[in-house]
Design a protein around this ligand. Structure first.
Ligand SMILES: Cc1cc2nc3c(=O)[nH]c(=O)nc-3n(C[C@H](O)[C@H](O)[C@H](O)COP(=O)(O)OP(=O)(O)OC[C@H]3O[C@@H](n4cnc5c(N)ncnc54)[C@H](O)[C@@H]3O)c2cc1C
Length: 227
């Protein structure tokens, strides 16, 4: 009991107040289940046996996936601006479901973040890829990306992540899972069911936090269910 109280206060309580600007009771337990408590000397980012990222990074991976004559890309435009000219059998919408429906049933809440990138003229800034600061400083964590790709450079680029409230127009980062947002999402899903061949996918379409592996698995699952 002492250990659990100690960990709760040192890691969950103050971190939640800082990151989410609310107390842990106001959020679904799913938020905390993403932060496993591990007693181990494994200093990798996750605890999966196999961990990795695409050799040339995600940007290159996505660019490779789009290299097909069957795929036309239109970038830097909003779905609503091109929707009228789309001729397709199915739409897979990876944007925010409430935005799709012009917020008719209310706005789904999000948390946002502010990243401050800094360059340091030394090989490494910190001792690990990501270090969290639940109790001190205004930032919640510092990420040092070169650890992921094991880059060998004399300098290092580091990001300081600051929690930020979200308002419409900001980048959506984390859904805020609680009873109120679940009710709004459910109401939109009812609307969505009435639409034929429009699928709401991904972290924004499903209003759910997904890690990369999970969101890719989810997309493949949907594909299988349709083919
Ligand atoms: C801060 C943060 C840190 C993360 N860290 C990790 C991590 O360390 N490891 C990990 O595995 N996962 C991490 N993730 C999760 C990972 O980023 C997501 O799982 C993944 O990006 C979800 O893919 P997606 O396709 O659902 O959404 P996105 O990658 O957000 O793609 C949605 C796309 O739809 C486009 N779009 C949205 N609305 C419109 C519109 N109206 N018109 C046109 N286009 C639109 C967007 O521009 C975007 O390109 C993190 C997520 C966040 C927010």
């Amino acid at each position: 009991a002492f250990l659990s109280q100690f960990i709760y206060e040192k890691i969950f309580l103050h971190y939640t107040l800082k990151q989410w600007q609310c107390s842990p009771e106001e959020l679904d337990s799913s938020v905390f289940e993403r932060v496993p408590v591990v007693l181990s000397k494994d200093n990798r980012y996750f605890s999966d046996t196999f961990q990795g990222i695409p050799i040339q990074g995600y940007t290159q991976m996505c660019e490779n996936m789009c290299k097909s004559e069957l795929i036309t890309l239109e970038l830097d435009c909003d779905y609503k601006d091109v929707a009228h000219s789309l001729e397709c059998e199915r739409i897979f919408f990876s944007g925010a479901i409430d935005e799709f429906f012009d917020y008719e049933l209310g706005e789904l809440p999000y948390r946002s973040l502010y990243f401050e990138f800094m360059r340091f003229e030394r090989e490494y800034f910190q001792s690990n890829s990501v270090i969290n600061y639940p109790n001190n400083y205004d930032y919640t964590r510092i990420g040092e990306y070169k650890y992921f790709l094991d880059s060998k450079t004399p300098h290092s680029i580091v990001s300081f992540e600051y929690p930020k409230s979200w308002s419409r127009g900001d980048e959506r980062y984390y859904p805020v899972p609680n009873a109120a947002s679940a009710a709004i999402y459910e109401a939109y899903m009812q609307r969505a069911k009435a639409l034929k061949n429009v699928y709401f996918i991904g972290r924004l379409g499903e209003y759910k936090y997904y890690d990369m592996d999970k969101v890719v698995a989810r997309a493949l699952e949907l594909f299988e269910s349709l083919s």
